[in-house]
Write a protein that binds this ligand. Structure first.
Ligand code: URA
Length: 445
């Protein structure tokens, strides 16, 4: 047990003692966690001491109570969105990030058309993963900068809003994440779970569905690691009074066909019209079903799937997307006329060099190719080109012949040759049959 300096029997908290305590693998209490996080936000704890604590946490971990305490401290450091004036159940969905992940654009309108409320603050893309806000901004005129007041008004009136951050939420996480990024301390389950959950809790939803991506294109490369992260986040959410469930889903190949902003919006619209890629459609159905179940909106999964099918077939889900686009000043005509999206200059085919089966698609690198074409950003302040990207035309397990199209590159000429070479290398073709991937890998409740 670590001994503090005490004056008249009262322990004097010092950052150095807390760092040593964690270094020795002991459990930190609420006061110690508050002392470090609150002190760091106020500038009383310097970067070098916080970095040292973060490294000790990476090496020794945080138990479940410590993770919850970390989350609550970060949550309390900023504003929290108060959704209590909205009638009905507010439900949120969060993906840990992947390549071609346009799920929110499909799931949010379906769920809103089922009568639940979607008050969603999304993020921008960085590195190989795309961001929902960038995708939405590929719709001409679409506004993601909405005030808190207008955000609430929109959700009350039409049941759906997907916007940029409207308030100063979790400043402690912002400061800590920036430090973790440059001190090799991002990869800690406890730190990742508390970082993500502090933002989710601050966003105010009553129920939260987490889509934890697993595989080459995801943060978590193995199902075991993904399960540990999912369990940690579900435990934090439920301890904090929000019904939270996590799904583990495949990111060992890009999601659906499109990677790149307007291409992904078009794919999402096609999916809402009932013409989506099979795996992607399954994922959206499964996520929606789980959201309906955790909010007690349906009795069972069968009823959930029937309701989702009905909302797609009747066009009500697509109409919800249209309502949101109109409310946020975008051009709703894009739904019926894809030529209204900004066009790229040319489309280049990437073809298989030999016969065989698709063994692997290096998903992280597919994301990187989209980024170098201009669809994503390497640093936070870069501008992006909404019209460029990739369409993947094959899946793992597909049989191909030399000359078959593996992918299409939508280009405006930026680093095009490099992109073609890199993309070709993303596809591994072998002679033996290869099993297809399941999109849903598990669920953590
Ligand atoms: N995403 C977050 O928001 N936080 C992390 O720590 C990692 C990924």
């Amino acid at each position: 047990m670590y001994n503090y300096i005490a004056i008249k029997g009262v322990n004097i908290l010092r950052a150095v003692d807390i760092i040593i305590k964690k270094r020795e693998g002991e459990v930190l209490n609420l006061d110690e966690i508050h002392f470090m996080i609150d002190g760091y936000v106020k500038g009383e704890i310097p970067d070098y001491q916080m970095s040292s604590l973060l490294m000790a946490i990476c090496l020794k971990g945080l138990n479940s109570d410590e993770q919850t305490a970390f989350t609550m401290e970060m949550l309390k450091s900023g504003e929290q969105i108060d959704l209590s004036s909205i009638d009905g159940i507010c439900v949120d969905k969060h993906s840990t990030g992947g390549v071609g992940d346009k799920t929110t654009l499909v799931v949010a309108p379906i769920i809103a058309s089922c009568g639940l409320k979607i008050a969603k603050m999304s993020g921008r893309g960085l590195g190989h993963t795309g961001g929902t806000l960038d995708k939405l901004e590929s719709i001409p005129g679409f506004n993601i900068n909405v005030s808190s007041k207008d955000f609430l008004k929109q959700v009350k009136e039409i049941g759906i809003a997907v916007v940029g951050q409207t308030a100063n939420i979790t400043p402690a996480d912002k400061k800590l994440y920036a430090l973790r990024d440059v001190t090799g301390t991002v990869e800690s389950v406890g730190l990742i779970a508390s970082s993500i959950m502090s933002k989710k809790l601050a966003s105010g939803a009553h129920s939260i569905l987490l889509d934890v991506k697993v595989g080459d294109g995801a943060f978590m490369k193995t199902i075991e690691d993904a399960k540990v992260l999912a369990k940690a986040m579900v435990s934090i959410g439920n301890k904090c009074g929000r019904k939270t469930v996590a799904m583990l889903t495949d990111m060992d190949q890009p999601l659906g066909e499109a990677v790149g902003n307007s291409l992904e919006v078009i794919e999402a619209i096609e999916t809402l019209k009932g013409h989506g890629d099979r795996e992607f459609t399954t994922l959206c159905h499964e996520i929606c079903a789980e959201m309906l179940l955790i909010t007690n909106s349906v009795k069972n999964k069968e009823e959930a799937i029937k309701l989702i099918d009905k909302k797609i077939e009747s066009g009500e889900a697509l109409e919800k997307l249209r309502e949101m686009i109109i409310y946020q000043h975008g051009d709703p005509k894009v739904i019926d006329d894809y030529s209204l999206f900004k066009k790229c200059q040319k489309v280049v085919e990437v073809k298989a060099l030999k016969d065989g089966y698709i063994k692997r698609i290096h998903t992280l690198n597919v994301g990187n190719v989209a980024m170098i074409l201009g669809a994503g950003r390497q640093t936070k302040d870069e501008t992006i080109d909404h019209s460029v990207g990739i369409k993947i035309k094959v899946k793992v397990g597909d049989k191909v012949k030399a000359g078959d199209t593996l992918a299409l590159i939508y280009s405006n000429g930026v680093r095009e040759k490099e992109a073609i070479d890199m993309l070709l290398e993303c596809f591994e073709i072998c002679q033996e049959k290869v099993a297809k991937h399941n999109i849903i890998l598990g669920i953590v409740e």
